[in-house]
Design a protein around this ligand. Structure first.
Ligand SMILES: [Zn+2]
Length: 624
């Protein structure tokens, strides 16, 4: 006997054998038991999940000859051996016609069908049409069909199988019973593959079958087609084809998911070089960039689903090992990060399809992931800005503040401290934790404390909060203690930090770095023997944006001019942004939050740089 592909050889012959469509078979079995047969059925769903198979079984059930003599009703269990059953299975029954609507979609074919429908079946009880890919039928042809469905002869049954039921006109749909098929579950496919492997005497690793089931992606037929190929290319061990995971991966051009797990670990650790080396190894081994991107997209999607729904979510139709892996990767990142990663990789995958230098695009996409973690959502950017941008007066060119800090800043900030509790968003907490971790790694010393907020503003809070209710912190008081606070922090430093601060801020302003100047003006400065330590009240990513390499150079130069030769250490302050985000007084001048945001130097700078337009400003104080 000629070789028959697995999907055909193991096509279910009974309703009970159809995997994963119990909701359909149950209803059909009930209808058969009660003899309630509709004239039109629509079976919709993905390819290869059993639509035509069920249509054929239903046709057999309606026309089985063995059942004819026993009862008037159609049978639930077609015999499978009578003329009618065998002919339907072979696809040559006179009264059951399968039409591929993709090729026979025109008005003529349907008119023919309509003509034929008027006559009684040649031998069996029903005249049945199975229209595959029914959505391809033209509108005119559907109209012709509608006439028959409106007043169907007693013996006529139409079964339409389609992947796009929405393309079937409503007039037709409303005259049919519509069954929506589910994607076949991973476990159901795997079970079927195991059964088939046993029957075919194939020696298959379970991991190999799991890969095949995954590749099927909800389609039994797809999984079986790949299994056919795998068997054909499998080595024979003791006369039996031997299926291994590695061989299946080669066949599908995929790599083990451990690769992506490692990549994400490197991304999480910010190791761009590792990411690039891994990618290089993969590409040099002959993997195509597009295939890698595609697989990575799937992996990220699984990780995101594991993050959102937990490791055991039904959405993940993959093996237990892969679930665990996805969950491990998901633990490294927040939901936001994973979402952005997925977005970037999807775009990368799209790009790869029509770009020349596929390799570069893949590398670019992967490196982007490393940097993405440092980006902040716009809302947060704005709230971070508020912490550094209050000193607009001092940021104005030509107005280098001399000695006295702008009086407006301190009391306002003191007020903040008093009225605004820290904003405890879980996302933020997560990020703070991460930033803190990075900071410690970078300084490489366990004794250096995590950068607590040490800006003068915070000092005020601490100095006064214990003694009085913070709300009572007044304007003058706050100012006074601010001076005390900052002096107390560096009492014996040789060059005066205040002097260096003024020199540096003036230089920055002169050179056009107003934003950096404003931020440093608000920072807490201390001069130590080996470094000038500046704790800036903003988060690390913001700090890196604000005080960039060029600004740092200006700082060093200005400090040398002021008699300090030490190097600069800029440190973010953990609660800087959160603590100062709610700042009613600073918001006030224009009245609205929008106005306050627009006036902020950092926002202005961003607008200038990106030629951006501000569409909306979120007030995070209200969104709690
Ligand atoms: Zn039969």
């Amino acid at each position: 006997m000629a070789y028959q592909v697995l999907a055909r050889k193991y096509r279910p012959q009974r309703f009970a054998d159809v995997a994963g469509q119990e909701h359909v078979t149950r209803t059909l079995l009930n209808a058969l038991a009660q003899g309630r047969i509709a004239h039109g059925y629509i079976f919709s769903g993905h390819r290869g999940i059993g639509k035509t198979t069920i249509a054929r079984i239903l046709a057999q059930a309606l026309n089985c000859r063995t059942a004819v003599g026993t009862t008037e009703r159609p049978t639930q269990e077609p015999c499978g051996v009578c003329d009618s059953c065998t002919e339907i299975r072979a696809g040559n029954a006179v009264d059951v016609l399968e039409i591929d609507a993709a090729t026979n979609r025109g008005i003529d074919e349907i008119r023919e069908l309509r003509e034929a429908a008027r006559y009684s079946p040649a031998r069996d009880k029903y005249k049945i049409w199975i229209l595959d890919e029914a959505h391809q039928i033209t509108d005119a042809a559907f109209n012709a069909l509608l006439k028959t469905l409106e007043e169907p002869p007693e013996h006529v049954v139409f079964m339409m199988a389609t992947t796009q039921p929405e393309d079937i006109p409503q007039t037709i749909r409303s005259r049919c019973q519509h069954f929506s098929f589910h994607a076949v579950k991973f476990d159901d496919i795997l079970t079927q593959l195991r059964t088939i492997a046993a029957q075919e005497e194939i020696d298959a690793e379970d991991a190999a079958l799991a890969l095949l089931a995954e590749a099927g992606d909800g389609s039994m037929r797809d999984a079986l087609s790949i299994m056919d190929q795998a068997i054909a290319s499998a080595p024979l061990v003791d006369g039996k084809p031997h299926l291994e995971a590695q061989q299946i991966r080669e066949l599908m051009g995929s790599v083990p998911n451990t690769v992506f797990e490692r990549l994400l670990e490197a991304v999480s650790a910010g190791q761009t070089s590792t990411v690039i080396e891994e990618t290089n190894t993969l590409l040099n081994a002959g993997n195509s960039p597009a295939a890698l991107a595609r697989q990575f997209v799937r992996y990220l999607r699984n990780a995101l689903m594991a993050k959102v729904g937990g490791e055991n979510t039904d959405i993940l139709q993959i093996s237990a090992d892969e679930r665990a892996r996805a969950a491990r990767s998901a633990m490294l990142f927040g939901e936001e990060d994973l979402t952005r990663f997925l977005q970037v990789m999807l775009r990368t995958f799209d790009d790869l399809n029509y770009r020349q230098e596929q390799r570069f695009h893949l590398e670019l996409g992967l490196v982007k992931l490393v940097h993405l973690q440092r980006l902040l959502p716009v809302e947060e950017l704005l709230s971070g800005v508020q912490s550094s941008g209050g000193g607009r007066a001092s940021a104005e060119p030509g107005a280098p503040s001399s000695g006295q800090r702008s009086a407006a800043q301190v009391p306002v900030a003191g007020h903040v401290r008093a009225t605004a509790p820290a904003r405890p968003s879980p996302l933020e907490a997560d990020r703070n934790r991460k930033i803190r971790g990075e900071a410690q790694t970078e300084t490489g010393s366990a004794t250096i404390p995590a950068p607590r907020a040490l800006s003068p503003v915070e000092v005020v809070g601490r100095a006064t909060a214990e003694a009085k209710p913070p709300i009572a912190v007044g304007l003058a008081e706050a100012e006074a203690s601010a001076t005390e606070g900052s002096l107390a922090l560096a009492p014996d430093a040789a060059p005066d930090p205040e002097r260096i601060r003024e020199a540096v801020c003036a230089a920055l302003t002169r050179e056009g770095h107003e934003t950096a100047a404003a931020a440093l003006q608000q920072a807490e400065w201390s001069v130590q023997s080996n470094a000038i330590r500046v704790v800036v009240p903003m988060r690390k990513p913001m700090l890196a944006l604000t005080v960039n390499a060029e600004a740092e150079k200006i700082c060093s130069k200005a400090a040398r001019g002021a008699g300090a030769a030490q190097r600069f250490v800029f440190e973010p302050s953990e609660t800087g942004a959160a603590g100062a985000s709610a700042r009613p007084a600073a918001m006030a001048p224009g009245g609205s939050v929008q106005a306050a945001a627009m006036e902020n130097p950092l926002v202005r700078k961003a607008q200038e740089l990106f030629q951006a337009e501000i569409r909306s400003v979120l007030d995070l104080r209200e969104s709690k």
